[in-house]
Design a protein around this ligand. Structure first.
Ligand code: CAA
Length: 257
């Protein structure tokens, strides 16, 4: 059975981490399956947004501790690299990716949610970086993405204390954008994804890329990237369609060209 299930919800692809007995712990097989799904989605022009969630009571309770226990340092480095490349592939998808965090998002699970564009959480979600309690440090990008999302103060508290926080705290510190009742989470995330999916796909992809690349560049370079993207978007048929539709007071029909 594929550890990452894919379901179609119109233009939205729903990815479900499907290893509930191990709380969707991220082992090599799960990471490879997720990387394969990302490669598939990157080529599929019919997909306009992605929602990632977990089966059962966890989003993902971290990298697989049983597997990691047997790693020597070189194997651990390779495993960390696999986690990094998989999350980078998810982050680089040219469509919005929403994490629907339905329960535990710990360690690698929290890092996976952070590789998504934004996070919707259920009321029973719990976020944390408990690695130091295992004598380990975050290994799938937690030291960088978490700092960017919540700032160094909260990132350090989470990573250095290893203590988890609840959904209300995650909302307050900007880790989660919104919180929903448990039974409403996935539908709400899909509805948000559908809204983004209805917008100009080229513009969405360009805006995502500029935000992504711009945050690691100096401000002048980031501004230049934005100006170039603005120019490129203006050469698209979607931009003509979007503006014509606005002026004619009708809904736009975007083609992604
Ligand atoms: N790896 C492997 N198996 C895991 C796991 C993990 N990260 N988390 C949970 N499981 C397994 C448990 O071993 C258990 O399996 P068995 O039924 O076969 O014993 C099953 O999932 C259910 O877990 P619990 O019985 O522990 O469930 P609980 O409700 O009592 O506790 C929990 C839930 C608090 C999330 C607890 O499971 C837990 O603390 N998990 C580990 C969390 C963690 O430390 N994550 C960080 C991992 S390191 C990391 O991720 C490094 C990195 O950055 C890349």
């Amino acid at each position: 059975m594929d550890p990452v299930r894919r379901e179609a919800r119109g233009p939205v692809a729903l990815l479900v981490l499907d290893r509930p007995k191990a709380l969707n712990a991220l082992d090599t097989a799960m990471l490879r399956a997720l990387a394969a799904r990302c490669a598939e989605l990157a080529e599929d022009r019919s997909v306009r947004a992605v929602v990632l969630t977990g089966e059962g009571r966890a989003f993902a309770a971290g990298a697989d501790i049983a597997e990691m226990r047997g790693h020597d340092p070189l194997e651990a480095e390779r495993f960390s690299r696999l986690g990094h490349s998989t999350l980078a592939a998810l982050e680089a998808l040219p469509v919005p990716v929403i994490a629907a965090v339905n329960g535990y998002a710990l360690g690698g699970g929290c890092e996976l949610a952070l590789a998504c564009d934004w996070i919707h959480a259920s009321e029973r979600a719990r976020f944390g970086q408990p690695e130091v309690g295992l004598g380990l440090v975050p290994g799938f990008g937690g030291t960088t993405r978490l700092v960017r999302r919540v700032g160094p103060g909260w990132a350090k508290e989470l990573v250095l204390s290893g203590e988890a926080i609840d959904a209300a705290t995650a909302l307050r510190i900007g880790l989660a954008n919104r919180v929903f009742a448990e039974g409403e989470l996935v539908a709400a995330a899909v509805a948000a994804a559908e809204k983004a999916a209805a917008k100009g796909p080229l513009a969405v992809a360009l805006a995502k890329r500029v935000i992504q690349e711009g945050q690691d560049a100096d401000v002048r370079t980031a501004h230049a990237l934005e100006q170039l993207a603005f120019g490129i978007a203006s050469a698209s048929r979607d931009r003509a369609e979007g503006m014509d539709a606005f002026l004619a007071r009708r809904d736009p029909r975007f083609e992604g060209r």
